[in-house]
Ligand binder design. Structure first.
Ligand code: ARG
Length: 722
């Protein structure tokens, strides 16, 4: 070990310093043995031979660390470690420079460290940078202002990294040395209800995380937690028993099931709205009285009291406003039935439909033969329906264990919670009281029914037993935050402290009117219709590009349609992924298919244009390399493009750390912009020398491959011509 380290200390000091950063003891990825590694460890016994070999393999793999930021951090770590016990927060202050005139990267820790050490930050900066091995990567450093260390990468080092990437399928991105097992729970629609635009977010974000984490070397297990056991089946079963059109079902099962679902849910909502209305109206009357009283009070004498009164009034007015909105929505549901004579008649004939739907669901769960048979008849059709959408989106799952899969585990889970003293009876319901939460988590209702939470606990138990994950990611709407906070707290009490449970939440898809996205008729948009529309709009875009081709259109109608499929679906996915997932986003075909801007269309078009250069040059990247092509960075735009190409690893690391794919789209957009500047300033085919032409062709190829790799990690395809 010592020998290896010493040799490497000369060859690659960064690696040794990085190695010395390991906490002890730690498991080495290649040896599968827990070995303590400390700075200064010297062991040369034969028994560590196996370990040394593994270590060598491990180090060789790390000889091309393409994450520049991580590399710089590893270089600074030893000097910082010798001054403070935990340099993590100081290392975070090494960043990409905001302004190119300060270099490429900046280390800003000296100001904070100077305070800790009671020294001048400039002296601290100079001392630390002087002790740090940087000259193989950077030009001589420069300390600016109060103590910023400005770092500019060496052109020859950059060119060597890029050259290595030209022959590497992974573009120099190494697999992680700390692989974790991730279970990713995404898509997870409630089947038998039509899938809607909200499901696309979970599906697309989950798929992008799955692909990215897998590419980075983690073990990834995708599990589509289908809602295949809930009340919606009670509705369909009730609908089947009372309103079925058997011929329609035989001809087209899913539309008939959807019709039954919509009919019954409308009637149930009608009943529920009728029942809820008086209470809400009463609350509103109370608030209105309160507002009147507050308004008629004489003005307060002092400022503080006046402020308090104003706050009280504003609060009451807000509450009145939201109660009024609730009443409007209840009345809309009531009018939907009462305004339609046929429906009103049906509603009158099924006045206890809400109770009877619950009873049908309860019978299904209790194993009633008739209901179970209906469920078995209906489920495959519902599954086929969603599979069509997945196929179109090019999304697959390792597992699709729906809620029904966990049915037999629910009672034992509740028993286990009770046996461990974690759940208590409260007015007949079994509740888990969680520290820090006002309301408990109910895991069994008074009537014996289990809940969504119970199933989720059973699911955690199964996933733990089956896959031993390090992390479970739930890619689910932010409106379920409360559910997941409680679920995770309960799971912790239950002994899951060592699993990272993360709610990867996302916002709502809005229409251009700022309200949840709907079609003109007011129904939430079906997913398939949405995909069709995106593809048809993409076809118009492809057509307009093709028609404008100076040498005349080059594609047949069929080719255009194929391109449009990739472009349309890509646009839809990218529009979703390019938003910070937690914000709501506005759905607009026009924006998502824009030819310039942060869109898949722009990225795909950039890719196709780079590829067309090779066609024009009548050569290939392999031929350029075979002819001895070498990357040289002679122009600032080439250098800027080169650095941007090498920053893919940094972008992927942020996606990995925060489960936010938009870091990758932002990166790709910046890359496309760097490429565009390069292309405007640096002639490729008309470069002054063959060497320069070859170098630029290689930069073009790296750009195309980076776009294509980046898009593929987002689940988006490219087209060679567009
Ligand atoms: N089926 C649920 C819904 O549509 C989402 C399920 C998310 N996953 C989970 N394990 N709870 O709201």
């Amino acid at each position: 070990m010592y020998g290896v380290c010493m040799t490497l200390q000369a060859a690659h000091p960064g690696i040794v310093s990085w190695l010395c950063e390991f906490p002890t003891p730690r498991k080495f990825p290649f040896s599968h043995r827990t070995l303590p590694v400390r700075p200064g460890d010297v062991t040369l016994e034969p028994s560590v031979f196996h370990f040394s070999l593994s270590l060598t393999a491990f180090l060789v793999l790390n000889l091309r660390p393409m994450n520049i930021l991580a590399l710089l951090k590893s270089r600074f770590a030893p000097a910082l470690k010798s001054r403070v016990t935990d340099p993590a927060s100081l290392l975070e202050m090494i960043r990409v420079a905001q302004d190119a005139k300060f270099g490429d990267y900046q280390a800003n820790f000296a100001m904070s460290l100077g305070k800790t050490l009671g020294k001048s930050p400039r002296d601290v900066a100079t001392e630390i940078a002087g002790e740090t091995q940087l000259d193989d990567l950077c030009l001589p450093f420069d300390v600016a202002g109060p103590g910023f260390i400005n770092l500019k990468l060496r052109d020859d080092w950059l060119a060597a990294q890029l050259q290595a990437a030209t022959t590497d399928d992974r573009l120099g991105i190494e697999k992680t040395t700390k692989p974790r097992t991730f279970v990713i729970d995404y898509s997870s629609p409630n089947v038998a209800k039509p899938m809607h635009v909200g499901h696309i977010r979970s599906t697309v974000i989950g798929d992008a995380l799955y692909r990215t984490l897998q590419f980075l070397g983690h073990k990834t297990i995708s599990d589509n937690h289908l809602g295949d056991w809930g009340t919606q089946f009670g509705m369909i079963i009730y609908g089947w028993k009372h309103f079925a059109d058997a011929a329609a079902f035989t001809a087209r099962p899913v539309p008939e099931l959807s019709r039954l679902y919509r009919l019954v849910s409308k009637l149930v909502e009608y009943r529920e709205s009728l029942a809820a209305l008086p209470t809400v109206q009463q609350k509103l009357t109370q608030r209105q009285a309160e507002i009147k009283t507050l308004q008629s009070q004489p003005a307060a004498a002092d400022k503080a009291a006046a402020k308090k009164a104003a706050q009280q009034l504003a609060q009451a007015q807000n509450q009145a406003k939201s109660l009024q909105e609730e009443i409007d929505s209840l009345q809309t549901k009531i009018a939907a039935v009462e305004g339609d004579p046929q429906l009103a008649k049906t509603a009158a004939a099924h006045s206890d439909i809400d109770q009877r739907v619950l009873a049908e669901t309860a019978k299904l769960h209790a194993g009633d033969a008739e209901n179970l048979k209906l469920w078995h008849d209906f489920l495959p059709h519902c599954r086929d329906e969603i599979q069509r959408v997945y196929k179109r989106l090019n999304v697959t799952f390792d597992h699709e264990l729906g809620e029904s899969f966990y049915h037999d585990r629910l009672a034992p889970v509740v028993e286990d919670f009770v046996a461990r003293g974690l759940a208590k009876d409260s007015q007949g319901a079994m509740c888990v009281f969680l520290p820090g939460f006002e309301a408990p988590m109910i895991i069994r209702k008074k009537d014996g029914a289990f809940l969504y939470s119970t199933t989720d606990l059973a699911t955690i138990q199964y996933r733990r037993e089956t896959w031993q994950p390090d992390a479970i990611l739930y890619v689910v709407d932010h409106r379920q935050s409360d559910h997941f906070e409680k679920l995770f707290a309960a799971a912790k009490l239950w002994g899951c402290e060592n699993i990272q449970l993360a709610h990867v939440k996302f916002g709502t898809v809005l229409g251009e009117d700022g309200r949840p996205y709907k079609t003109r008729s007011g129904d939430t948009v079906g997913l398939e219709g949405l995909l069709d529309e995106a593809v048809s709009k993409a076809n118009e875009v492809v057509k307009s590009i093709d028609d404008a081709n100076p040498t005349g259109p080059q594609f047949s109608a069929e080719q255009r349609q194929n391109i449009a499929e990739t472009v349309g679906i890509g646009a839809l996915k990218y529009a979703d992924l390019s938003q910070n997932r937690e914000s709501d986003y506005t759905f607009s075909y026009e924006k998502m298919l824009a030819m310039n801007g942060n869109t898949a269309t722009y990225m795909q078009y950039s890719y196709a244009r780079v590829r067309s250069i090779f066609r024009k040059a009548e050569t290939t990247p392999a031929a350029v390399l075979a002819a001895g092509g070498k990357i040289v960075l002679s122009h600032p735009a080439e250098r800027a493009l080169g650095i941007q190409l090498l920053r893919l690893a940094e972008a992927l690391a942020t996606v990995e750390a925060e489960f936010r794919p938009h870091y990758l789209t932002t990166y790709l957009f910046d890359l496309a912009k760097s490429y565009s500047t390069f292309f405007e300033n640096c002639p490729v085919l008309k470069a002054e020398t063959t060497e320069l032409k070859n170098s630029r062709l290689l930069l073009c190829d790296l750009t195309a491959r980076t776009i294509s790799l980046g898009l593929s990690l987002l689940g988006i395809g490219v087209v060679e011509q567009m």
